[in-house]
Design a protein. Structure first.
Length: 330
C-alpha cells in the first residue's frame, strides 16, 4: 500500500491539476468574451472610441457654434480648456479680471478662488502644490494661465526661478518654457511676470509666441512696458492674444483700486472689452469682491481672458492707453 502511494500519488495530483487548468481556462474565456461583448456593444468604431475619450471631465467653454461636431475634436488647447460662459447679449461690454502671482501664498490664493467666477487665475509655475491649487481654481470655475517670469529692465527686481532672458539661446528658451508649461495642466495660455526687457525684444518674443502657437495656446500681454512687441508679433504669426488695459493695484489702497475698477469700466464701454490685472493682496481681493456684483448690475459681462482673445480675433484693435501705471522698469 505504501509503495502504491509513493508511485501513483504524484500522477493523481498531476491529472487533477491539468483538469483544473482546463476548467479555469474555459471559465476565463467565457468571462472575457462577455466583457468584450459589453464593450463592443457600446463602442464599435475608432471614431466612437475617439469621441468617448474626448469628453471633458468638467465644463469648458462651449465653442460648438464655431465648428461642426467633428471639427470640434480638433479645437486648439486654448479653446478646449476655456471656461464656459454665456454669450454677451446686444454687445454688452466684457471685462476680464486677472489675478497674477498666484500659488506662492496658498491662503491668499484660496481667498482669490473664493471670488465669484469666472476670473482668470495666473499661477507661478514654481509654487508648491501647484497641481492641487490649479485644480481647485478650475473646480471653482476660474480660467488658468501660466505666469511666466521674464527679464525686466531693472535688475534689482526679483523675478523668481527660471526667468526667460534675452541673452538665452533659442534652445535654452524653449527648454525653460517647456519646463514651465509642464508644471500643471488645464491652462489656456501664458502671461508675462515682469518682462519689460524681454517683451521689448522681438526676436526672443517670436521664439516664445511661436511655441505657444505650436501648442495651441494664447498669450496675454501684461504690458509692463509700452515697448512690448507682444501684440505685433502675435498678429504676425496669427496667435490668439489679449492685453492688459488697466493695472488695478499698483498702489495698494482701496480708494485707488476702486478708481482703477471704474477706469476699467470706462475702457470696456469705449472698446467693448477691458482686461484688469491685479494681485492677491487683501485689499485687492476685498475690492474686487465688492465690485463684482455692482459691475453686473451696471450691465457688464464678466468673462475669462479667452473670451477677450476670441473677441479680438474678429475686431479691429482699439488704441491702447497707458492708463494705469508706468511700468517700463519692470
Amino acid at each position: 500500500m505504501f509503495r502504491f502511494i509513493i508511485y501513483y500519488f504524484p500522477c493523481i495530483i498531476l491529472i487533477f491539476f491539468m483538469e483544473s487548468r482546463s476548467l479555469f481556462a474555459s471559465f476565463l474565456s467565457e468571462e472575457i468574451a462577455s466583457f468584450d461583448s459589453i464593450f463592443v456593444s457600446n463602442i464599435t468604431s475608432a471614431e466612437e472610441i475617439e469621441e468617448e475619450y474626448s469628453k471633458p471631465s468638467i465644463d469648458f467653454c462651449d465653442f460648438s457654434k464655431l465648428s461642426s461636431p467633428k471639427a470640434s475634436k480638433a479645437l486648439p488647447l486654448w479653446l478646449s480648456n476655456a471656461v464656459k460662459v454665456s454669450d454677451p447679449i446686444n454687445s454688452v461690454p466684457m471685462i476680464a479680471i486677472v489675478f497674477d502671482d498666484l500659488g506662492m501664498d496658498e491662503e491668499t490664493t484660496k481667498q482669490v478662488l473664493s471670488l465669484s467666477p469666472p476670473l482668470t487665475t495666473s499661477f507661478l509655475y514654481y509654487a508648491k502644490n501647484i497641481e492641487i491649487q490649479t485644480a481647485q481654481a478650475r473646480k471653482a470655475g476660474h480660467e488658468l494661465l501660466v505666469h511666466i517670469p521674464m527679464e525686466p529692465l531693472n535688475k534689482r527686481f526679483n523675478t523668481g526661478y527660471g526667468t526667460l532672458q534675452v541673452n538665452m539661446s533659442k534652445q535654452e528658451i524653449l527648454e525653460q518654457l517647456d519646463a514651465m508649461l509642464s508644471s500643471f495642466s488645464g491652462y489656456v495660455g501664458i502671461n508675462n511676470h515682469m518682462g519689460s526687457r524681454f517683451t521689448a525684444n522681438s526676436q526672443v518674443m517670436r521664439t516664445v509666441l511661436q511655441e505657444l502657437k505650436n501648442r495651441g495656446l494664447l498669450f496675454l500681454d501684461s504690458l509692463t512696458s509700452p515697448d512690448s512687441t507682444g501684440e505685433k508679433t502675435a498678429m504676425e504669426i496669427k496667435l490668439p492674444f489679449a492685453f492688459r488695459t488697466v493695472f488695478l493695484d499698483n498702489i495698494r489702497e482701496k480708494e485707488h483700486i476702486e478708481n482703477q475698477l471704474s477706469l476699467l469700466e470706462e475702457q470696456a464701454r469705449r472698446n467693448g472689452f477691458a482686461v484688469g490685472i491685479g494681485h492677491p493682496h487683501p485689499v485687492t481681493i476685498e475690492s474686487v469682491r465688492e465690485w463684482i456684483p455692482l459691475a453686473k448690475k451696471r450691465g457688464f459681462h464678466l468673462v475669462p481672458v479667452s473670451s477677450i482673445a476670441l473677441f479680438l480675433q474678429n475686431e479691429q484693435l482699439p488704441k491702447k492707453e497707458n492708463t494705469a501705471v508706468n511700468d517700463q522698469d519692470r
